[in-house]
Ligand binder design. Structure first.
Ligand code: M6R
Length: 625
């Protein structure tokens, strides 16, 4: 979704802002822009399309020199993706100085504010809510940008991560957040502000994460201006929007620059698919205690009693994380014997849910910033649930708002199509299940088996990846078909959903996932000669029933692709293409059986000529409703 980069320091801002925007491209956007404070005032460039278009525009602009600036990638919400709707948006103060603002989030009362500002004589150039904010800041400006931003934000309902600069204060950057992430990188003689750490890590790993309703004033300039010694000095101050001073801790980012670079891979999705064995190793590291036959989850230890006596679990997420949550539902009921339901966070938060005593709510999210799981978690917690997070991004909003949690530790995921995060999510939910199950009634013998099998998963994942090319060949044979079905039963049903989501989001092929038995209740009417139907069919309790379903598809001419257990030669008599995974207990199968489906989707997208890492209309992190 939208991205923010802003800079104040002793270096030229323009190249730095463009580099930051490129690092945010993976999040999805449709237009981009930047503003730089030059000796002649603000210079602004905005364009539709890729950051490279903006870059060319800036190259052709005269003198965009300056050490203060802000930039943005926009994913349209209010108004079409046009140049005039792209950020930064500007306004003019009564003193005749321009203010430029970039904003992520949505201003819910923008129509009321726009009416008020229009009556005051302000004229609007765009259809955006952000321009309203920019003009409001100007209206309230009395020589101090920080105060004007605070005052404006007190009038605003909605969510925001913003950065603002004013021609009257050429060394000052003001930023603020509520419900949209904003991080301040503290570098030598400069500050880099961004909505995503990916735009900061090449400059510094020292960061400050703003909390909701907080405003930061960042100044960097020559000593004679700031008057506190040295040729160049920096100043930093955080307050609330009510101007109450707050102290913010400087923390360290938990990843390195190379983790967010392609490192020889063609796409991030390609890289991340191949990172999965190591992602699993990192996710499991230090958590499997074979000696005492238990799972160690330090992040849950304070609440272990509440977790063990919980009467119900609610898992809530969106997209791929929702599919992981569905597997969590099966795991908790099957192994820990606790009633569990996974719900779309977007539905849960608005359906006035009943939260009984001793309920635990788990929000599952790679980014930890997705709007709906965050709101669902707040809703559940306000109604008395214990709030747990299963999150990848360390220090993200969901991670910070939960009572306790377990990080995925799979490393930054840049590819819009989630891959390694899914493995991390399912693994973490398995660990949580064993953590609780062991304290309830799971025998040591059962727990020991799972610990042993979990330990083997990274090597098993490597084995599955060896089929990368052969899965590509199989994909080639049916990639021309526009409708696909993905079927599975039990633990493999959510995997079927995930396989369908992967295929549709990057190859734009229409795909549906469903329980294999559901097919007979309508969708079977779709089957005609050559229609690809992917069965997630490793050996397990429902294997024979799945085989019957495969027969039913074959009888109608469908083309069967199957994910099966190594050694299952029989299935090749029924399926046109078979992808194998090593034999593991049923509850662990999704961690492996999803990998061939990710590879299939990847190849399908390439074969159809699509940009795998920048699928149309999609954003990596959906931070608005
Ligand atoms: O960051 P989150 O895990 O909360 O994101 C949830 C979904 O938006 C995400 O999984 C989405 O469905 C992916 N594009 C799927 O590949």
């Amino acid at each position: 979704m939208c991205g923010i980069v802003a800079y104040v320091g002793n270096r030229q801002a323009t190249p730095l802002l463009l580099e930051g925007l490129k690092r945010l491209e993976y999040r999805g956007y449709d237009s981009a822009g930047l503003a730089v404070m030059t000796p002649d005032g603000l210079k602004i460039a905005r364009s539709v399309g890729r950051v490279s278009v903006l870059e060319t525009m800036v190259e052709n602009m005269d003198a965009a020199d300056g050490t203060l600036g802000l930039a943005h990638t926009r994913w349209a919400t209010h108004g079409a993706p046009t140049e005039y709707n792209a950020h930064p948006h500007t306004g003019m103060t009564r003193s005749g100085h321009r203010v430029a603002v970039v904003h992520n989030g949505t201003i819910e009362n923008y129509a009321t504010l726009k009416k008020y500002l229009t009556e005051k004589g302000q004229v609007f150039d765009s259809e955006t809510d952000t321009e309203v904010l920019a003009k409001l800041i100007c209206e309230l400006y009395q020589g101090d940008l920080e105060k004007a931003v605070q005052a404006a934000l007190r009038e605003v309902n909605g969510t925001y991560g913003i950065a603002a600069i004013c021609e009257n204060e050429p060394h000052t950057l003001v930023c603020a957040r509520k419900g949209a992430p904003l991080i301040i990188g503290v570098a030598d003689k400069s500050y880099v502000v961004a909505s995503d750490a990916a735009a900061i890590i090449s400059h510094t790993s020292q960061v400050i994460s703003l909390d909701d309703h907080q405003v930061a004033k960042l100044c960097a300039g020559p000593e004679d201006r700031l008057g506190d010694g040295g040729p160049w000095s920096v100043q930093f101050k955080t307050t609330t929007i009510d101007n109450i001073p707050v102290t913010q801790e400087v923390t360290r980012l938990d990843f390195e620059l190379e983790q967010i670079e392609l490192s020889g891979f063609k796409h991030f999705m390609h890289k991340e698919i191949f990172e999965q064995p190591d992602a699993l190793r990192n996710c499991l590291r230090g958590r499997l205690d074979h000696r005492d036959c238990r799972v160690v989850l330090g992040g849950l230890s304070r609440y272990s009693r509440e977790l063990v006596r919980a009467k119900r679990f609610i898992l809530t997420a969106q997209g791929t994380a929702y599919h992981a949550g569905l597997i969590g539902e099966y795991l908790l009921e099957d192994l820990a014997k606790i009633p569990a339901r996974c719900e779309y966070a977007s539905e849960f938060r608005y359906r006035n849910p009943i939260i009984e005593p001793d309920t635990v709510a788990i929000a599952i999210s790679q980014s930890g910033e997705t709007a709906d799981p965050l709101a669902a978690l707040r809703e559940a917690r306000d109604r008395g649930a214990l709030a747990i997070g299963a999150v990848n991004a360390v220090g993200s909003t969901i991670a910070r708002e939960t009572d306790a949690g377990v990080y995925l530790h799979v490393g930054p995921e840049i590819g819009v199509a989630s891959t390694k995060a899914f493995l991390g999510q399912v693994t973490v939910l398995t660990l949580i299940t064993l953590y609780i199950g062991k304290r309830r009634f799971l025998s040591d013998e059962v727990v020991r088996t799972y610990l042993r099998e979990l330990e083997r998963l990274p090597n098993y994942a490597e084995r599955v990846l060896e089929q990368f090319d052969s899965i590509g060949k199989a994909t080639e044979r049916c990639v021309d078909r526009d409708n696909w079905l993905f079927l599975g039963r039990g633990y493999n049903y959510p995997t079927a959903l995930e396989g369908a989501l992967k295929l549709k989001e990057i190859s734009y092929i229409h795909a549906e996932g469903m329980p294999a038995a559901e097919m007979k209740h309508g969708p079977i009417a779709l089957i005609d000669k050559g229609m690809p139907v992917v069965f997630v069919a490793p050996q397990g309790s429902q294997y024979d029933k799945v085989m019957i379903n495969i027969e039913e598809i074959r009888a109608r001419g469908g083309r069967v692709l199957a994910v099966a257990t190594e050694g299952d030669q029989a299935i090749s008599n029924y399926a046109d293409e078979v992808f194998y995974i090593p034999s593991v207990p049923e509850p662990l199968q999704p961690i492996l059986s999803v990998i061939p489906l990710q590879i299939l989707a990847y190849h399908a997208a390439l074969l159809r000529g699509h940009d795998v890492d920048k699928p149309r209309n999609l954003a990596k992190s959906v931070t608005v409703e």
